[in-house]
Design a protein around this ligand. Structure first.
Ligand SMILES: Nc1ncnc2c1ncn2[C@@H]1O[C@H](COP(=O)(O)OP(=O)(O)OP(=O)(O)O)[C@@H](O)[C@H]1O
Ligand SMILES: [Mg+2]
Length: 289
């Protein structure tokens, strides 16, 4: 059973004067259990539309999806899901501790477990000192951290996160990456959206690129790294010299260049691949549109 299984999902929004926006076109996607999947796309690509549909916040125009084998039209599908919405907004007149208490009770956590987990996640997200302050006094990044705290509180199996690193400082971003890697270590499944490629590169198993409502490609991140070799950097010392020199060669000319260096008595120290990084890969796909 896949963690998330999406079949032919489409969504067309209809505006007031009959204007139609095709936000999602025939999306198919399987997220395996224990997988970390990065859903990458530029602004307006359809990432939040997909996520809102999975969470039952909007109805698809056509198509269907399952979460842990349960159809998204049933609330059962979301019982074991931690969800972080885009731009989370919470009850402003509750404190973070009160809000987590509310969330925990919604998920039927027992009182002692709830108290223990609440303390754990508030400390993890550096909100412990602010836990009694009203959420209305929180900064943007602090609100985002509350969103992440409520995601982790009830220890769900599947995590659906709409731009989890958004609004966070570098320490917060790195914390979210560590949290995602920890979830992976515990066999959890994570589906998160972003438009920042470096967020994906360091944590994801696979990445899907969505542009104008269409999934353009789904790849393993390690395959992009291997497939993306654009040339090599050769560090060598020529005969009679003691200073290393660095030259760049294309993929095709590498072996000829190495033979040439050897024939002339040069000592080759290091050959390093030059890679097209995920950022360039992503920009290429988006530009093709
Ligand atoms: N309620 C709505 N009514 C009409 N159009 C909508 C609605 N919600 C989204 N759209 C349109 O659907 C398209 C996809 O929007 P979506 O919010 O899914 O993009 P996104 O990939 O999440 O972008 P971002 O990175 O900016 O968050 C956009 O063209 C957007 O204008
Ligand atoms: Mg969005």
């Amino acid at each position: 059973m896949s963690a998330i299984s999406i079949h032919g999902l489409s969504k067309t929004f209809r505006g007031k004067r009959g204007a139609r926006v095709v936000a999602l076109k025939n999306l198919d996607l399987e997220i395996e259990q224990g997988e970390i999947f990065g859903f990458l796309g530029p602004n307006g690509a359809g990432k939040s539309t997909t996520i809102k549909t999975l969470m039952g916040l909007i109805r698809p125009t056509s198509g269907s999806a399952l979460i842990m084998g349960k159809d998204i039209s049933s609330p059962d599908a979301r019982r074991h899901v931690g969800f972080l919405p885009e731009n989370p907004a919470f009850y402003e007149y509750l404190s973070a501790a009160e809000y987590l208490n509310f969330v925990g009770r919604t998920f039927s956590m027992d009182a002692s477990q709830l108290e223990k987990k609440s303390e754990e996640v508030l400390k993890l997200l550096d909100l412990w000192d602010a836990r009694k302050r009203l959420l209305r006094s929180y900064s943007k990044g602090m609100v985002q951290r509350v969103g992440l705290a409520q995601v982790l509180l009830h220890n769900p199996d599947v995590y659906i996160l709409d731009e989890p690193m958004s609004g966070l400082d570098p320490i917060g971003r790195s914390l979210v990456k560590d949290i995602i890697l920890d979830l992976k270590g515990r066999g959890k499944s994570v589906f998160f959206s972003t438009h920042i490629t470096s967020d994906v590169e360091s944590v994801c198993d696979r990445v899907g690129v969505i542009v104008k409502g269409e999934m353009k490609c789904v790849r393993r991140v390690d395959e992009i790294a291997v497939g993306g070799i654009t040339g090599y950097e050769v560090r060598h010392v020529t005969a009679g010299s003691t200073t290393p020199e660095v030259i760049q060669v294309t993929k095709e000319s590498l072996s000829a260049k190495l033979s040439e260096l050897q024939a002339s008595g040069s000592q080759v120290l290091v050959v390093e691949p030059l890679r097209k990084n995920l950022e360039e890969f992503f920009v290429d796909i988006v530009r093709q549109e």
